[in-house]
Structures are given as structure tokens and as C-alpha cells.
Design a protein around this ligand. Structure first.
Ligand SMILES: *Cc1c(COP(=O)(O)O)cnc(C)c1O
Length: 362
């Protein structure tokens, strides 16, 4: 059975385009392939919006979900907990940079970003500095499509239509290594571009709760890669100005840039880290915010002080999703995924260099 065209309003899409370019109806997936109902195969090169890590219908993940489904599919996450969430939290802290000690569960990337933004302001508010209510964000950054996350997106394409209903935050010109305004090559780079961030922090730190950025690669903004030195300087400057640093690892986490988390390239640890996308190997929606002890403590008081973090989603900490995420971490460990990737990306890099030698835009 199929519905009339337009019955389903698809995301991120001009529906009118589908009058001339019909939607592709997928019947099943296996490994890197998707198959439509006529049996045509497609390589899922976008990993279904960058979420899929180990291919479609991965036996281990599917089994973890179905085993969990027979025990417990979901339970309210306020006042209750369960094994898969606890095992996942322990596993995430093992891969987290030193200093991140608490795991807050949400259910998609944008909601993790919203939680991190609210936590940042809440941290200052609960510490007697409620005027810290602004966020600094980078040109070309992307952090999700809900209103709070969109307010810190540096890509007009997504936010322009909604300007009047969003809060205004502080936008900073970030690194642009493709068209370096300082005319540097990567080899000569002295992160001159960091001056804009330094200036914004000097001017606004007194009213800023946090800086938010995607570490190493601005993905939706055009896969703009920037040097680890920028991230190191950002960490140093946010500390010096007493501003929190939120690193959005939603796209780059789980080995996408080599190490488990992209901030490892710079050897830094954020105060709040957002994770989602690959966390369940692309099977079920789940996200987390990792937080430092200091931030957690700011919300930890007697109930009557009304300092608790009152933020939840119906499906926060969903048990099926947690089971898929626990299995994802096991696959990373037991199948030595990060190590196995090294010869693969080394080969890919070599082939790309050879094939596109002399092409300045590749
Ligand atoms: C995809 C993405 C988000 C938003 O996640 P959703 O699950 O789509 O809400 C946030 N930040 C980054 C860096 C992303 O790539």
C-alpha cells in the first residue's frame, strides 16, 4: 500500500520537488546497502544522516534490542532506572575525557543541545549569577533544528525563516580553512582567526553562559575542518573568561574523525559534551549530555531550593535504545573498530590523494 503523494510531509525537503523526483521507497537494508521494492540496491553513503555505524541489520545490535524488548522496553526515567542505562552510563564515562562524570539522557541530538544550553544557564543561575544567559556560537556551526539549538546555528539556511521567534545569541566568525581570510595554508596556520572569539569573550563574558561548537569539523555547515589548535585555544579562553564550553560531538563522536571523540585531537575536555547519532549504531533515537561534577553540583540541593534540573522527555533513557548503545560500545571494544579503521582511512586518504592530485578543490 502507498499513500497519496504529500500525505507524508518529509523533513528538510521541498515537497514540491517530489512531483518530478519521486521519493525512494526503501523496503529493507543490509550492510552498506538499501534496497527498494523493485529490488534495486543503493549504497547508503550518507549512513542515513550519519547515524549508521556498522551497516543496516547488524546482527549484534538487532539481537540486543530484541532481547531487551522481551525484558523491558521502556519505563519513566524520573524516579526509576534500569540496567541498560546504568551500563551505558558506565561505558560512556570510560570513553569520555577526564572530568566528565555525569550522564544526562535525552532522546535526540537537538534535545541534548537544548539540555546542555539550559544546564549552562542553570549552572550560573543556581550559583547566583543569573545574568549569564547568552551563548556564543560560530559561523557555519549546526546544532539542531529546535528553537534553542537553532538560535546557536551559524547557517542561515535553517534559521532565516524563524528569526522573529528565536532568541538572539552572539555569533562569532569562526575558522574557515577553505577560504582562509588570513591567506594561510594549513601548514602556516597560526589560528589568527581565533582573535574574533577572543574579542567576543572579552566583550561579552560577563553575560555569557557558554560557548558551543562542533569539535574539529563543522558538519552540516559544509564539512569544514579546522585545526586542533583552535579548539585548544577555545578551551583555554573559555576557562580564562569563566565561561562554560559545550562541545557538540553529535556528528563527529563515535570514531567519525579517528578517535572515539573528536575533542581528543586537541586533548581537551569540554564542560558539557553532547552525543547522539551513532550512539545506537543508527537504530533508535537516543542522546546524552556528559557533564562535569561542578555543573552537576550546582543543581544538587534540598528540593525546596528549587534548583533541580527540571528537563525531561517522554522517552528519555529509553531501555531499547540504551541496549542498542551498550552493544554499540561493546562492538567498538571487542571488534577493535577504531584500530581496524586506521589502515582503511589511510588507504582511502592515499587513493583520494592519487586520484585527485592537482585538483585544488578536492
Ligand atoms: C544532527 C546534529 C544535531 C541534531 O541532532 P538531531 O538528532 O537531528 O536533532 C546537532 N548537532 C550536530 C553537530 C548534528 O550533526
Amino acid at each position: 500500500m502507498s499513500t497519496a503523494p504529500g500525505t507524508i510531509w518529509h523533513p528538510c525537503t521541498q515537497m514540491k520537488d517530489h512531483e518530478t523526483f519521486p521519493l525512494i521507497r526503501i523496503a529493507r537494508g543490509q550492510g552498506i546497502y538499501l534496497y527498494d521494492e523493485a529490488g534495486n540496491s543503493y549504497i547508503d553513503a550518507i549512513s542515513s544522516w550519519w547515524v549508521n555505524l556498522f551497516g543496516h541489520a547488524n546482527e549484534r545490535i538487532i539481537k540486543a534490542i530484541s532481547d531487551q524488548g522481551r525484558r523491558l522496553e521502556h519505563v519513566i526515567f524520573a524516579g526509576f532506572t534500569h540496567g541498560p542505562a546504568e551500563e551505558l552510563a558506565a561505558g560512556l564515562l570510560e570513553i569520555a575525557p577526564v572530568g566528565l562524570e555525569h550522564v544526562f539522557f535525552a532522546d535526540n541530538g537537538s534535545s541534548a543541545v537544548e539540555a546542555a544550553l539550559k544546564m549552562s544557564h542553570g549552572f550560573f543561575r543556581n550559583s547566583g549569577r543569573p545574568e549569564r544567559s547568552k551563548f556564543v556560537y560560530l559561523d557555519h556551526g549546526y546544532h539542531g533544528d529546535t528553537l534553542g539549538a537553532l538560535a546557536v546555528c551559524g547557517e542561515e539556511l535553517y534559521s532565516e525563516m524563524f528569526g522573529p521567534i528565536m532568541t538572539e545569541q552572539i555569533r562569532v566568525t569562526g575558522p574557515d580553512c577553505f577560504r582562509c581570510p588570513h591567506g594561510r595554508s594549513r601548514e602556516e596556520c597560526g589560528t589568527e582567526c581565533f582573535a574574533a572569539m577572543e574579542q567576543a569573550l572579552s566583550e561579552h563574558a560577563h553575560e555569557v553562559a557558554a560557548v558551543i561548537a562542533e569539535p574539529m569539523v563543522q558538519c552540516a555547515g559544509g564539512f569544514r575542518m579546522y585545526p586542533a589548535e583552535y579548539l585548544r585555544r577555545l578551551r583555554e579562553a573559555t576557562r580564562r573568561h569563566g565561561v562554560l564550553l559545550i562541545l557538540d560531538e553529535i556528528a563527529v563522536g563515535f570514531g567519525r574523525t579517528g578517535p572515539m571523540l573528536a575533542e581528543e585531537h586537541a586533548g581537551v575536555a569540554a564542560d558539557l559534551v553532547c552525543l547522539s547519532k551513532g550512539i545506537t549504531s543508527g537504530t533508535l533515537p537516543l542522546s546524552v549530555v556528559l557533564a562535569t561534577e561542578e555543573i552537576y553540583r550546582a543543581f544538587y540541593h534540598d528540593y525546596v531550593e528549587l534548583k533541580a534540573f527540571l528537563h525531561s522527555h517522554s522517552y528519555s533513557g529509553n531501555a531499547l535504545a540504551c541496549a542498542a548503545a551498550v552493544e554499540t560500545l561493546r562492538i567498538f571494544r571487542e571488534e577493535h573498530v577504531l584500530e581496524r579503521n586506521v589502515p582503511r582511512y589511510t588507504l582511502l586518504q592515499r587513493l583520494v590523494r592519487e586520484r585527485f592530485a592537482g585538483e585544488p578543490h578536492v
